[in-house]
Write a protein that binds this ligand. Sequence first.
Ligand code: AHN
Ligand code: ZN
Length: 339
Amino acid sequence: MKNKMKLLFLLLSGSLAMYSCDSAEKSAEQQEAQVEETDTTPAVKAPDFNADSAYQFVAKQVAFGPRVPNTPPHQATGDWIISKLKENGADVKVQSFQMRAYDGTMLNLRNIIASYNPDAANRVMLAAHWDTRPYADKDAKDPKKPIDGANDGGSGVGILLEIARTINQAQQKPDIGVDLIFFDGEDYGQPDNSGLPYKDDTWCLGSQYWSKNMHTPNYKAQFGILLDMVGAANAKYAREGTSMEYAKDVVDKVWKAGNKLGYSDYFKYINSPGIIDDHHYVNTIAGIRMIDIIEYNLNSADGDYFGPYHHRHADSMSIISKNSLKAVGQTVLHVVYNE
Ligand code: AHN
Ligand code: ZN
């Protein structure tokens, strides 16, 4: 899989470089056309997404400590997420399971599923991972210590919890059913320098488990949106390759909403190579079409796909921006309320 990713990078980076000027021009036109098109049909107004509250939810997770499986902060954070969701009127299901990590460690994991309007046939699934990486393996300093994961893990969960609070408080509820899925064990994947032979499928353990054991038999959703690293200041979201391959229409819908709402600095009409994240397993195993909103590093000097904080100690509250949380949270709420 890693080789596949590298190959994709090579193939796509060449072609991207070649038509980047052209595509930048086109994207502006494209954006305008799409905004006009949407404006002819009045959108259902979604409630306001409160970024201050979402920020507090991120800070709270970080305050528990790194959410590394088999540790007390991980247990406590999972319990807290469950209680918040119940407090906000969701129908909550918890999947507890064990899975072996790449290094042989048996991990005690929990996927948490919170449903609104559980009987509706028409559903949208929103997801994020709530565990954090056990090490800062890309950091020169203290690479063996766990990271705060304010953005990598914390931001997506913060937005989902705020969406739960918003739906619960709102007079007007979405017409559709909404499932918020908090995947565990996403970030325990094999490090590049582990010294062990490369193994496939060591990341995204919770979504792999869920995709093979869905929380309700024959679960179906119209589509899904995964939030991963959605809180860093000045984040850019590109149209990620796996999302485009399986659910281009959903990417179009979400990007159109983001641009219409004024978040064109975030939702860029740029393509980025496909990656393996939780949505990969949801698409390929569960057969539910899911996109990933994930920060893409447009200015990467070393060719790293992700931001400079990724799997480093810099992934702390100091990089989290309320504006970024707002851009994604409001956009996703808008999509949910217009289904
Ligand atoms: C890979 O690096 C193969 N996928 C990225 C998944 C990830 C890690 N998201 C956050 N941390
Ligand atoms: Zn990570």
